[in-house]
Design a protein around this ligand. Structure first.
Ligand code: GAL
Length: 469
């Protein structure tokens, strides 16, 4: 199973999850600093990312891991408030620029291509204090930040992701409120945030397109989290429709406006409108784009970036009580097949990734695709021999090979999540996604490869699997 020549093999991390140095050298607080410092058991054992993997001072250790794997790509994110402590270009933190310059330069010196995410959940607290993603003002703040990053790093960075998992962020931060700022706005906040996230992404893509592309010749996209869903009863029309709604609300909600026509999917619009009506709202809780905004949003991504972890079965679940929430708007129930093995929320369903890729090909006109994240957790504590977890990766690579060979998917890059065990948001350090084990009790935070890292290195070295289809 030889992958196409030049296929990109990467691994990913995110600033808050690995860096630590939460207030080092002039960094401003992000919403995750505030949230974790407030305690309240919203994060496992009230753990924080104050130190995390210590990558702010231990970058060279990370680089060793990257070289050990032989990665062709490394995806990391910039901490907005490390660069711009209050979120604006009114004050620029040179120490932050220096840190990321070193990462970028070291990667390039070692032949590793950086994929840089501008924003990965860690909004500067100063901007959250002004309403965060619920406020339209964030669109211009994000655009200015993006321009600052393009102009500072774009001479060397050619692959950009504006926003990570906008769908996860909108839902968890502004609808159910389990991510900072931690205030639920059931059935309304998620849509409002999503609306602003889409416009902020589009605006920054246009900035790149008009101000930087000619000289820098890079690519800009946005990374969507998407699981796959299968109708629980494949013969039930209600379940088939439920599966379509699930994908529409999760993926197409963001991808259709950006890749196709500047507007939300019809099924999302009609579903939220009819729920809102039943609930006595004078208009739909889903905001509308103006015609001008639709033109601005349409076509604002240079490749398709998707993050797949797992699959669920889905069936129709009527929202009988008229409950107010994003999830109730979809009118579905999601659940795993009892035969699937899992750790936490990640069920082992490697074929789901192939189906998802095929769906993207068919729905989005066969775009160039990057898998910007894919991985499987281990519960803490764990051993270095994760042979069982490696099965998840190995089977995933088989499915990717079939996707490329048989389905003709234009897949160019695969990034494993994650390079290191790291701060896993609400789960703190209890869930380990790393290819390298990190000892969070040891002040030196030693990185040690799991079996999966060693096996992944072989795959990269061989550009594929040494087995036949
Ligand atoms: C993704 C998220 C990552 C990582 C991963 C595993 O949704 O972007 O930061 O936590 O899930 O849970």
């Amino acid at each position: 199973m030889a992958f196409p020549a030049g296929f990109g093999w990467g691994a990913a991390t995110a600033a808050y999850q690995v860096e630590g140095g939460w207030n080092a050298d002039g960094k401003g607080p992000s919403v995750w600093d505030t949230f974790t410092h407030q305690g309240g058991e919203r994060v496992f054992k009230n753990q924080t990312g104050d130190v995390a993997c210590g990558s702010y001072t231990l970058w060279e250790e990370d680089l060793k891991c990257i070289k050990q794997l032989g990665l062709t790509h490394y995806r990391f994110s910039l901490s907005w408030s490390r660069l711009l402590p209050d979120g604006t270009t009114g004050f620029i933190n040179q120490k932050g620029i220096d840190y990321y310059n070193k990462i970028i330069d070291d990667l390039l010196a070692n032949g590793v291509i950086p994929i840089v995410t501008l924003y990965y959940f860690d909004l500067p607290q100063a901007l959250e204090d002004q309403g965060g993603w619920l406020s339209e003002a964030i669109i211009e703040s994000f655009n200015k930040y993006a321009q600052f990053c393009f102009s500072t790093f774009g001479d060397r960075v050619k692959q950009w992701i504006t926003i990570n998992d906008p769908n996860v962020l909108a839902l968890l931060a502004y609808d159910v409120g389990v991510f900072p700022p931690g205030v639920p706005h059931f059935g309304t906040g998620g849509y409002q945030a999503a609306h602003n996230l889409i416009k902020a992404h589009a605006r920054s893509w246009h900035s790149y397109d008009s101000l930087f592309r000619k000289e820098q010749k890079g690519m800009v996209s946005i990374a969507f989290f998407s699981g796959w869903v299968e109708p629980a009863d494949p013969n039930s029309v209600a379940d088939q429709e439920a599966a379509k709604r699930a994908i529409a609300f999760q993926l197409d909600f963001f991808a259709k406006p950006i890749f196709i026509d500047g507007d939300y999917p019809e099924v999302v619009k009609s579903q939220v409108a009819s729920m809102s009506k039943k609930q006595g709202y004078p208009s739909s809780r889903l905001p509308e784009f103006t015609e001008e905004e639709k033109r601005m949003i349409k076509g604002t991504a240079d490749f398709f970036a998707v993050q797949y972890y797992t699959t669920r079965l889905v069936k129709y679940q009527e929202n009988k009580k008229g409950e107010l929430s994003f999830l109730q708007d979809v009118e579905i129930e999601l659940f795993p097949d009892p035969s699937w093995k899992n750790i936490d929320w990640v069920y082992v369903v490697p074929w789901g990734i192939r189906k998802l890729l095929k769906y993207i090909v068919d729905t989005y006109n066969n775009p160039v695709i990057y898998i910007t994240e894919n991985g499987f957790p281990q519960s803490d504590p764990t051993t270095l021999d994760d042979a069982q977890r490696w099965e998840y990766f190995r089977q995933t690579f088989q499915e990717l090979f079939k996707a490329i060979e048989v389905d003709k998917v234009n897949l160019k890059v695969y990034c494993a999540w994650a390079l290191l065990d790291s701060f896993e948001w609400n789960q703190g350090y209890s869930s380990r996604f790393g290819l390298f084990h990190v000892d969070f009790e040891d002040p030196d935070r030693p990185r040690v490869p799991y079996t999966s890292a060693k096996e992944y290195a072989k795959i990269i070295c061989n550009n594929g699997l040494k087995e036949n289809l």
